[in-house]
Design a protein around this ligand. Structure first.
Ligand SMILES: Cc1ncc(COP(=O)(O)O)c(C=O)c1O
Length: 416
């Protein structure tokens, strides 16, 4: 084993290899940039897959964390703590001022809470099935991979958790046709993230809402990646439906994680008034859910997002990105095919058969991400031919332009 990269060698030797890691060892970050142990500075337009929503080393978050760490890091949910209460109150206000929260530690765990609510909701009349969509991603637990509409995550883990089936996304008729006497709920992402950045259409959301209400089926949404102000509103459906006559659209329950903790592990579910008390004492729980340290950090992040108008900023910067990328697509159609997304959740789809990628059998999405690394930029691959921009919500215009210049340089080289 070579000694030239002791950290990477140690991780490869001691950590179960569930991640296909890129050969970058990040030591620290400042704002939207990260630094490597060999002295490189890279712009981070992935933000930990939409997680470090205020970038790295944020002084106000660090101060909030330090203050809370000096008071109380953790105490059991057998007791009350102020940061958890303040955070829940603010989130409920953003969710329309009604319903309740449950805090956990990750997106997959938040979705587990939704499946349990769905089962309790359907329990008395024997309904337990949750219909999700093809190409979706809902996490890596056993129920998470059963819910996920991608075969690659399920392989080798049979038998699957019962009660999940998938229908094409943005296809209302397919959803309608799939509903049976066993259906308790549907679960969709407002914007499919891991699947390659595909937003739900407004008429799809409105149609699903009506369908679910008519049939007493829960409409649940996975907002783990697309939620928390990334698209310009608290939740993606508010952005998707902003031009529609949505009549106060709301799902019955939704999950969150990623940006919610602003870099610390936190997941949550919101449930409406009729569901909010279904999960009573002894039915669900988690040791670290809403622990004071993480809650204080998330609360400070939420205050900063509100104070600095970062939802509006995400919209303005998002259209700056997509406008410039659209121009690049027109100039280099042999390399770039399409740009999709809302706000600062952007997917850039590569053209097929890019000659420079022919020599390797690795996905084009990974090959472009590596070339962008070499040029000083972190982005996130999705599927075979998409790379994602999920930057911090407080990304500056200058940093956005730095990223765009790097992307342009790499695309130009690929097209020449
Ligand atoms: C939409 C969606 N749901 C659930 C998850 C799982 O979240 P976690 O990795 O925090 O368990 C992810 C993660 O990428 C996601 O994008």
């Amino acid at each position: 084993m070579s000694d030239t990269n002791p950290i990477q060698n140690s991780i490869n030797a001691h950590i179960i290899p569930t991640y296909a890691r890129f050969p970058l060892t990040i030591t620290h970050g400042k704002g939207s940039h990260v630094f490597t142990n060999d002295g490189r500075r890279l712009l981070d337009l992935g933000a930990g897959i939409a997680t470090a929503c205020l970038g790295h080393g944020h002084p106000e978050l660090a101060a909030a964390l330090t203050e809370q760490a000096g008071k109380l890091t953790h105490i059991s949910n057998l007791y009350y703590t102020e940061p958890q209460g303040l955070l829940a109150e603010k989130l409920v206000r953003h969710a329309g001022g009604h319903g309740k929260m449950f805090f956990c530690n990750s997106g997959a765990e938040a979705n587990e809470g939704l499946y349990k609510i769905a089962r309790l909701h359907g329990h008395t009349d024997g309904r337990y099935e949750v219909i999700t969509t093809e190409n979706s991603f809902h996490g890596r637990t056993l129920a998470g991979i059963a819910a996920t509409g991608q075969n690659k995550v399920k392989q080798g883990f049979d038998p699957a958790v019962e009660g999940f089936k998938h229908v094409p996304f943005n296809d209302l008729e397919a959803m309608q046709a799939a509903i049976t006497k066993k259906t308790a709920a549907i679960l969709i992402e407002g914007i499919q993230g891991e699947g390659g950045i595909y937003p739900a259409k407004p008429e799809y959301l409105l149609g699903l809402r009506k369908l679910c209400t008519d049939k007493n089926i829960l409409m649940m949404m996975d907002s783990v990646q697309c939620g928390f102000f990334r698209t310009g509103h608290f939740q993606s459906w508010e952005t998707i439906l902003s031009d529609s006559n949505s009549g106060g659209f709301q799902p019955d329950a939704f999950s969150m994680a990623k940006s919610l903790g602003a870099g610390l592990p936190m997941g949550a579910i919101w449930a409406n008034e009729s569901l909010q008390d279904l999960l009573g004492p002894g039915t669900h729980g988690t040791t670290f859910g809403g622990t004071p340290l993480v809650s204080a950090h998330a609360l400070k992040a939420l205050e900063i997002i509100e104070r600095d108008g970062l939802a509006q900023h995400a919209v303005a910067l998002g259209s700056h990105f997509t406008g410039r990328i659209q121009t690049l697509i027109e100039a280099h159609p042999t390399v770039l095919k399409e740009v999709r997304g809302l706000g600062l959740m952007i997917g850039i789809e590569l053209a097929e058969n890019i000659p420079a990628f022919a020599e390797s059998n690795r996905p084009a999405s990974v090959q472009i991400v590596e070339r962008l690394h070499d040029a000083g930029l972190l982005t996130i691959p999705a599927g075979a031919r998409v790379f994602r921009l999920l930057p911090p919500l407080n990304l500056s215009q200058a940093d956005a332009d730095e990223g765009l210049a790097i992307i342009e340089g790499v695309i130009k080289k690929l097209s020449s």
